[in-house]
Write a protein that binds this ligand. Structure first.
Ligand code: PMP
Ligand code: GLU
Length: 400
């Protein structure tokens, strides 16, 4: 048989998704497994959003609608961008897609071609480098570390740019670290983006999940030059507990949004109407749900940080936003469990899942070996029980 397209050899299943699938499989087999793995809020979708979806189905809104999204949802997103982010995207420059992940894919399809370099600060969300490689581009991974708050400096960005650099991907608040760029830091990065004729993809999916007075700033709001070069991506999954509804949205300047709309018109058409009506109801509500989510996650964060501090040898980065704790576990590398040596973060993650029935994600999935990510978005009781397992799991690792 003829081979599959060569690009299939350049992509593998998302590791966060794969770990979640394994966790769900063990659960379906009746195992008492707990998850600190894939990032998904535990709260339920708000009732008014569910009801709006049901009403839309009952009233027969079940046929094709506009490719780039329902006009009333695009208007609501346009108002949201103006109100929360100081961004003026008219509804015609907004595209509603099947989750922020789909928005990222669309944007990269519109921008990346063979040989293009895409600048990605690491550790980063698993999907960015995979999609860039899939599209024939080269992900240029720009390492950041705990000492510098896991943030890319304008100096390091400038140093990494080559004539082939096309795009910078920013994710603030960030997955997996929870780092948030300040307005000054974003201004400095925006200067380099403009100066070196780059585009910027700003993934703002964790926008509302910020702690300790930290503030989210949209880079595109920092001037006309950076606005013209930026694709702003956000979605309903995290702040509105709507992961399964698959609604994300993109704001981009006219040429880019038109290209993305054309791609979507062939690739997927629009996301399900019912999901779009649910998103509309969520956005039209009084704004208290994201605040409820933020308060809940603040409590989870406090518990997670307190419990992690009690596990000797871990160096924990205090997240400013998102709902992950990212920590250095190098003190445990080389230790053993039942004769097996823990050579890397994946070994420890596998050990925790297989022997302690606890899902976590190794740092290597995000491009940083020697670390681990846990998601603390959970009810406090389950989170505490999962952290018990984590603590016992680390304690049971013996020096070689
Ligand atoms: N961006 C980041 C940084 C993420 O962590 C995720 C994970 N859900 C997404 C985008 C995608 O979110 P969704 O497709 O559910 O909107
Ligand atoms: N974004 C979440 C995570 O990082 C969900 C899984 C995924 O889409 O990657 O765990």
């Amino acid at each position: 048989m003829k081979p599959l397209a060569a690009r299939t050899g350049r992509i593998s299943t998302s590791q966060t998704v794969a770990i979640d699938a394994k966790y769900k499989r063990l659960k379906a087999e009746g195992k008492d497994v707990l998850s600190l793995g894939a990032g998904e809020p535990d709260l339920d979708t708000p009732e008014h959003a569910k009801q709006a979806a049901i009403d839309s189905i009952r009233s027969g809104r079940t046929k094709y609608s506009q490719v780039t999204g329902l006009p009333e949802l695009k208007e609501a997103v346009s108002r949201k961008f103006a109100r929360d982010n100081g961004l003026v995207y008219p509804p015609s420059d907004i595209i509603i897609s099947g989750g922020a992940k789909h928005c990222v894919f669309n944007a990269l399809l519109a921008l990346v071609e063979e040989g293009d370099e895409v600048l990605i600060p690491t550790p980063c969300w698993v999907t960015y480098p995979e999609l860039v490689r899939f599209l024939g581009g080269t992900p240029v991974l720009l390492p950041t570390d705990m000492a510098t708050g896991f943030k890319l400096s304008a100096k390091d960005l400038r140093r990494a740019v080559t004539p082939r650099s096309k795009l910078l991907i920013l994710n603030s608040p960030g997955n997996p670290t929870g780092a948030i760029y300040t307005e000054t830091e974003l201004r400095d990065l925006a200067t380099v983006v403009a100066e070196r004729d780059l585009y910027c993809l700003s993934d703002e999916i964790y926008e509302y999940i910020v702690y300790d007075g930290h503030r989210h700033v949209s880079i595109a709001a920092l001037g006309a030059e950076i606005f013209a070069r930026t694709i702003t991506i956000n979605g309903m999954s995290k702040a509105y507990a709507m992961t399964g509804w698959r609604i994300g949205y993109t704001g981009a300047p006219p040429a880019l949004s038109a290209a993305i709309g054309a791609i979507q018109s062939h690739g997927t058409h629009h996301p399900a109407n019912a999901s779009q009506y649910a998103a509309l109801a969520a956005l039209q509500a009084d704004g208290s749900f994201p605040e409820t989510m933020r308060k809940h996650l603040s409590e989870c964060r406090a518990l997670a940080l307190r419990r992690l501090a009690g596990i000797s040898g871990l160096q924990v980065f205090e997240p400013q936003g998102a709902f992950y704790a990212f920590f250095n576990l190098e003190a445990y590398l080389g230790r053993t469990f039942q004769g097996k040596t823990m050579a890397n973060s994946m070994d420890i993650s596998e050990y925790l899942l297989e022997s302690r029935l606890l899902a976590t994600v190794p740092g290597s999935s995000f491009g940083l070996e020697g670390f681990m990510r846990i998601s603390f978005a959970n009810d406090l009781k389950t989170l505490d029980a999962a952290l018990d397992r984590l603590e016992k799991g680390f304690k049971a690792l013996l020096p070689a």
